[in-house]
Structure formats: structure tokens, C-alpha cells
Design a protein around this ligand. Sequence first.
Ligand SMILES: Cc1cc2nc3c(=O)[nH]c(=O)nc-3n(C[C@H](O)[C@H](O)[C@H](O)COP(=O)(O)OP(=O)(O)OC[C@H]3O[C@@H](n4cnc5c(N)ncnc54)[C@H](O)[C@@H]3O)c2cc1C
Length: 386
Amino acid sequence: MQEQKKLKLYDVIVLGGGASGLMFLNHISKKKNTALVETNERVAKKLKISGGGKCNLTNTQVAVENFDGDATLVSQALHSFSQEKLLNFLDRNRVPLELRKNRYYFCENSSDEIIDVLKKGMKRVDVHLNHAITSVEKEGNNFIVQTDKSTLYAKKIVVATGGKSFKSLGASEIGVDIAKSFDMQVKEFTPALVGLTLQKEQSWMRELSGLSAYVHIKVGERTLKEEMLFAHKGISGPAVLSASLYWKKGTLSIDFLPTKNILSLTNNSKKLVSSVMPLAKRLSKALLNAVDVKDKECKKLSKEEKEKLQLLHHYSFAPAGNFGFTKAEVSRGGVLASELNVKTLESQKVSGLYFIGEVVDVTGELGGYNFQWAFSSAYLCAKSMK
Ligand SMILES: Cc1cc2nc3c(=O)[nH]c(=O)nc-3n(C[C@H](O)[C@H](O)[C@H](O)COP(=O)(O)OP(=O)(O)OC[C@H]3O[C@@H](n4cnc5c(N)ncnc54)[C@H](O)[C@@H]3O)c2cc1C
């Protein structure tokens, strides 16, 4: 009689070979019999192109306030793997870093420097590349992972399949689909860290395509202080990308001269208003037009015109929308924190099912916060797994 082949039961299967999945593999006990499933022909495709190919890995200042998500969960993850611990990990593994603008930590030469380190976690792991996960089910105490090419079995599953943006790099909604199939609550993904499109009234901004300026953008309670870029499709650049995280609908307000006071600048001068504004000439002129003030000698400004000029410190408007998932650096939304044990990232409803990284409803501001979250949540999960 032909002997039946015994099915392999893994201790853990990690779904998704991106930032969080690979960091998890670096910290899970080597005694565990582990597998990784990844749809692409190689791991870490998003890491590879992130931060212009150099990955902004973290920031000098990392606090709960830099994240849109459940404060207790974020705080637990940051506590278990802070930016200092991440910097130590990078140092121990000889990843050379470059500090930009005194704030942002990037790989010095290429994202390959962090990818090569993270890939060390794949030693002794069964790696299934080119396998697209289609579903996860639970039978008794064990999970069955269905891919387009195979069926795999495990005692525990770590969903690290990321968000929905940049489909071209393998992104999918499988993580939230898996959660939903287990009756877990999710917030649908929406594009975040993304440029904003404009209404007709702000079409003048499009004509400034290519120019950038340091601004303060106020959205709700937050003020984002960074460069803004005028783009052909709308507005972009670091300040706008971060603002997009907090903008849902309604207005935002831009201070185009955050370090100056327009009334002091224009006080009694014989110079033209546009020439005392410390901005590119083309931008100054367009701004004057937008607030309906003629470019003239500062001395000749009327009281009413001076009032209008003050609008440059709080130019308010409602964006039309955003550039969408093809351009968004991250997806806001995902598995609700209330569904997870904040100390382990295990599902409260389904024992043995864990979620880490962008698939969880936590999104960081621009500046290395999303990798910090991916790494911190992965570490917390790996270290808590018995
Ligand atoms: C252009 C760009 C630039 C960015 N720059 C930065 C930056 O400089 N700093 C920063 O902090 N963040 C940056 N981000 C965001 C950052 O890349 C992500 O937040 C981070 O990679 C999330 O890690 P993750 O492990 O959750 O998901 P990912 O790294 O996206 O990994 C998920 C993995 O799951 C795989 N997968 C998905 N669906 C399936 C399926 N059905 N079957 C099998 N495998 C599947 C994917 O192929 C992928 O490999 C950037 C993002 C983009 C798009």
C-alpha cells in the first residue's frame, strides 16, 4: 500500500516579505519551524524603492503623536522597539546611516544596505516566493493558508501583507480580507501620504508646477512644518504628504510665510510688495493675485489690502481629493486596534492569528515613521510569541 505523505505543519507562517515580515523573522525564536510566503519573485520590493531608493528608516524624534492610530498600541510597540533600539540594531548590523535635515535617518548609500540585513532573518526559513496568498482558514487549532500554487499549514499566522498602495510592487488587500473572513473589524484602506488635488479656485497653484516653498500647513489640530511642492496634478511635497494623513474632508490652511510677518515686511517700504516677500518671484506674484492684492509699492498699500495680505499666513481652501493609491506612500486604515491584543498583536477573536505593519490601522507621518511602526510592531509580536 502506498504510504500517505505526511503534511508539514509549521509553527509560524509569515504572510508577506516586506519590512515588517522580514523584521519579524529577524526576531522570532530560531527554534520555531517557520515559513514565509511572498507574492513577488523577491522580497522587500517596497523597501527597495522607499525614500528615493535610500529608505528613510526612522527619525530623531519618534512619539505617539507622529502616528494616526490607537495611542496605546503605538506606545506599546514603540516601548518594545524604540527608535534607539532600531538605531542600535542598524549599528550592530553595520547599516551606514545618513542624517538629513537633522531629523531623518536614511541609508547612506542604498536601501540594499537594510534589505541585506533583514534578509538574514530568512536563514532556516522555508521561503515560498511567487506565491500569492488567496485565503486563510482555521481548522481546529491549525491554520490552512491557500496560495495560488500550494496549501500550507501552521499553528500560528503572522499577517504582514502591508497596505493597498503601489499594486505594482505586490500590494493587495489580502490582509484586511483575511481579517474580515474571521469577522474582525477593519477600516477600509484610503490613500495617505499622498499629493492633494485642487478645486477650480486654486488652479493658480498648478501653474507654479515645479516650485517649492517652506510652509506651515494646519489641518485640524495638527500643524505640519516642511516644504510644499507645486505639482502639475495639484500640491505635494513633505508638508502636503503629512497633511494628507490628517485631512479627510473640509479645509486646510497654509501659512506661506511662516517665519516672517507680512505686515513687518511691507511696513512703509518703497519696494514692491513682491520684492520684499522672501519667496520665488513667480510664487510671490501668484500669491498676491490669489489674495487679490495688486503688486505695488508697500507704502501705497491700503488698510484693506494689508488685511488681505494677512491671508498669506492662513490661506484656507478645501482640496478636491488626492492623487490616489498609485501615488500614495501608505494606506490609512486596516485592522482595528480594538481587535488586537496590544501586547502581542494577536487577534482577540482568533488565537494564533497576528497582524503587524501597515495592515494594522496605524499610519505614521512622513519622516521614517512608517518603517519605525513596521519594525516596532514586528519586534513586539516576535518577542511576545511563545
Ligand atoms: C514610494 C514609497 C516610498 C516610501 N518611503 C518611505 C520612507 O522613506 N520611510 C518610511 O517610513 N516609509 C516609507 N514608505 C512606506 C513603507 O514602505 C511601508 O509603510 C512599509 O513597507 C510597510 O511595511 P509592511 O511590512 O507592513 O508592508 P510591505 O513592506 O508593503 O510588505 C508587504 C508584503 O506583502 C506582500 N503581499 C501583499 N499581498 C500579498 C499576497 N496576496 N500574497 C503574498 N504576498 C503578498 C507584498 O508583496 C509585500 O512584499 C514608502 C512607501 C512607498 C510606496
